[in-house]
Design a protein around this ligand. Structure first.
Ligand SMILES: Nc1ncnc2c1ncn2[C@@H]1O[C@H](COP(=O)(O)OP(=O)(O)O)[C@@H](O)[C@H]1O
Ligand SMILES: O=P(O)(O)OC[C@H]1O[C@H](OP(=O)(O)OP(=O)(O)O)[C@H](O)[C@@H]1O
Length: 685
């Protein structure tokens, strides 16, 4: 038999405890499911208020000494006790409702972990009026009662708040509903089922407490107990699969709830999202303001919407976000993330819209900026579809899985870092969005402006350069689109208080020679060491961005001086030394060399390289094993515009497994990604 629940009704004098208790007693006492405890108080019986058992101090002390009270306390010069016989009612499975004190919640919770604290709330100004109108206490006593303070409730307490700021009838109705809702309890079970991001709660079809089918459908349910709660979609198990008085949670959501199996948990329907009107307005093509986005994003993060409605919203947002909406979204997203304070006037950062193989600009840019002396706490992603992300390439030299404290320490030691963003500025909102947008192929660049800049703000950046590569195979298809996006980045940045310079760049071909973690890191070291083999296009792109960042330093003032400074830091080896300091601070690793197995792909005809398909080349690098095999990848030997003879090398495939190498070689034989035009046609042009 599941024991009953103790409802401990608390709230400041005048909040309406007696009134709501009297009203609830009228409604529930005859159900046989609830009993209302009769308190023992050292207050005269005719003092008014509840029908308590009146005793004098000596009797109260004797009763206390004899263990007659489940809990007792002193307040307002009086002594209060809840009879211990309530435990018998609880043991019979009957719920007990008692008028209690906020001051003893922790003590009672220690004895009854499933205690339900029902806090009656009323605006302070109304409290005073009600106490005066009640006429039970003198003005001094009323003042003392209004000034009384009590400790906060323990985290583990289940606290249900009932507002009593309307009529008594409404207050009583809400109070009764709150009591009833808490009695819908099921015993918690852990299912041997993993569901990843999805949270599933399985109800037995023959559930004894609720009609399971009533909970099927797009909505979700909340399961709560002992101050903890989770939200889940509902599935139903056929009779006999689960105990009829239980609810089963899939592994991840069970672990998130963090309560032992068998705990009685309260099942309630997830509140209808208050922002649904705004969400539907967007789906119908309307525009939302910041307050509306705050409500919609809040409800989405809280899991109040079924995925279908979130998907509809994202499709609508993907199709139309005006500039004001992007700014509004950025401000709302910034609210969901705590902001690291670096205490410096300039904290530099960089973002690239990516999609161009190679182009490992960050790993050269950060050391230059750090060598100059500006803070640049850069966090980067791992590869999603490419052959390497910055984090993958940096990880061939140093640890990148830094947490926030590591990042702060590394920047203090080396002025910069190149860390993996997976453990930092985590965004629940992104998780929710990505789970829906990725399968749908929704990649709104305008939406990403809000996401990117709000994360930069959270990371504590003050000045951000943004690389917007454009080209037929880049995410941004044209210079016009890149320029429009650049203006949007700068406008939204300004709206967030960030200095942003967004720069369209050539995204028509790979940058650098290496494609794959170790090969890209090799390019980086070559540029930093002024190696004659260093790819000039990578060096130029780095200096282009470095000069923009350094120009923000008032000590330099303009871009020409900044450019010279960047070139000096590179040419003198100061940037190279800065990278070493960063590597040491992050944790040096034995550098990963390019794979020892190689296969050279040669030109099938003489001519001029007219085009290099970055997708194709990155695809070959991935088949060779990148990015998981950090040594695998492509080493380009010819670039766009180079004249090649028949049989000249176009690129060398590196791998560490023969099977990977062969597969990559076969893929390259089908299509190397290189288009070689006629020598005459081009030279004549
Ligand atoms: N919702 C309400 N609207 C108006 N008056 C109320 C309401 N709830 C309680 N009261 C009045 O306020 C005074 C204090 O209520 P009471 O139930 O005694 O509070 P408590 O027991 O928390 O001290 C009483 O005179 C009561 O009649
Ligand atoms: O510790 P607190 O939460 O502040 O409560 C102090 C006391 O006030 C209430 O008593 P009583 O019912 O006599 O006074 P009230 O009706 O004015 O609340 C409540 O039942 C507590 O006994």
């Amino acid at each position: 038999m599941t024991s009953g629940l103790l409802f401990f009704v608390v709230g400041p004098s005048g909040s309406g405890k007696d009134t709501l208790l009297d009203g609830a007693r009228t409604v529930l006492a005859d159900t046989g499911r609830f009993v209302f405890a009769r308190r023992v108080i050292t207050r005269p019986a005719d003092a008014g208020g509840e029908a308590h058992e009146a005793v004098d101090d000596a009797t109260f002390a004797a009763m206390k000494g004899a263990g007659a009270f489940l809990i007792d306390w002193d307040a307002h010069g009086l002594r209060y006790g809840v009879p211990a016989r309530c435990l018998d009612d609880l043991a019979r499975g009957v719920h007990v409702v008692a008028n209690g004190s906020r001051a003893v919640v922790a003590e009672l919770l220690a004895r009854l972990p499933d205690l339900v604290v029902v806090e009656i709330t009323t605006p302070p100004d109304i409290l005073a009026q009600r106490l005066a109108a009640r006429g039970r206490e003198s003005a001094d006593v009323i003042r003392a009662r209004l000034d009384r303070t009590t400790p906060p409730f323990p985290e583990a307490a289940t606290v249900v708040r009932v507002a009593n700021d309307s009529t008594p009838a409404v207050g009583i109705e809400c109070f009764v509903a709150a009591l009833e809702a808490q009695t819908v309890r099921l015993r918690l079970g852990r299912l041997p089922i993993a569901a990843g991001q999805r949270a599933l709660a399985v109800l037995p079809r023959d559930c004894a407490t609720v009609r399971a089918d009533d909970y099927l459908g797009p909505g979700r349910i909340d399961l709560a107990a002992r101050g903890r709660s989770v939200r889940a979609e509902v599935a139903i198990a056929e009779p006999g699969t689960l105990p009829a008085d239980s609810v089963g949670l899939t592994r991840e959501v069970f672990d998130r709830l963090g309560l032992p199996e068998g705990t009685p948990v309260v099942l309630t329907r997830t509140p209808t999202p208050a922002s649904r009107t705004a969400l539907r307005k967007k789906i119908r093509g309307g525009t939302l303001d910041e307050a509306e986005y705050a409500r919609v994003v809040g409800d989405i993060v809280e899991g109040r919407y079924p995925d279908s409605e979130v998907a509809g919203f994202l499709v609508a947002a993907d199709r139309g976000l005006d500039d004001d909406e992007v700014l509004a979204l950025a401000k709302v997203r910034a609210r969901f993330a705590s902001r690291i304070a670096w205490g410096e006037p300039i904290v530099a950062d960089k973002h690239s819209m990516g999609g161009i193989p190679g182009s490992r600009v960050t790993m050269v840019l950060v050391p230059i900026v750090a060598a100059h002396g500006l803070a640049i706490p850069k966090t980067s992603s791992r590869a999603i579809t490419s052959a390497a992300g910055t984090a993958d390439a940096m990880e061939t030299l140093a640890r990148v899985d830094l947490d926030a404290d590591d990042v702060r320490r590394v920047v203090e030691q080396a002025r910069g870092c190149v860390a993996w963003n997976g453990r930092l500025n985590h965004s629940t909102l992104d998780d929710v969005m990505n789970a829906i947008t990725r399968p749908l192929g929704l990649e709104s660049t305008r939406w990403s402006v809000a996401s990117i800049l709000s994360k930069k703000l959270a990371a504590g950046a003050t000045h951000v350069v943004v690389d917007l590569p454009y080209g037929p195979r880049a995410r941004i298809k044209s210079l016009v689109e890149a320029t429009t996006l650049a203006r949007l980045f700068e406008r939204v940045g300004a709206g967030l208080g960030l200095a942003v310079e967004a720069v369209p760049t050539d995204g028509t071909a790979p940058i650098g020679r290496g494609i794959g973690p170790a090969l890209e890191a090799r390019d980086v070291i070559w540029v930093l060491e002024n190696n004659p083999e260093a790819p000039a296009d990578l060096r130029d792109k780095v200096l282009h961005f470095a000069s923009r960042i350094l120009a923000w330093d008032p000590a330099l003032g303009d871009r020409d001086a900044a450019r010279r400074r960047a070139e000096d830091l590179l040419g003198s080896g100061a940037a190279r030394a800065a990278l070493d300091r960063i590597i040491q601070a992050q944790g040096a690793r034995e550098p990963v060399r390019p794979g020892r197995l190689t296969h050279t792909v040669v030109a099938s005809r003489a001519g001029v390289v007219a085009d290099i398909d970055g997708f194709a080349v990155a695809g070959i690098a991935r088949v060779a094993g990148a990015p998981l095999d950090k040594s695998a990848g492509i080493d380009l030997r010819a670039g766009v515009g180079d004249a090649v003879g028949r049989g000249d090398p176009l690129f060398v495939i590196h791998a560490s497994a023969a099977s990977d190498l062969e597969a990559a070689a076969r893929l390259a034989a089908d299509f190397s990604g290189f288009t070689i035009g006629e020598t005459t046609a081009l030279s004549a042009g």
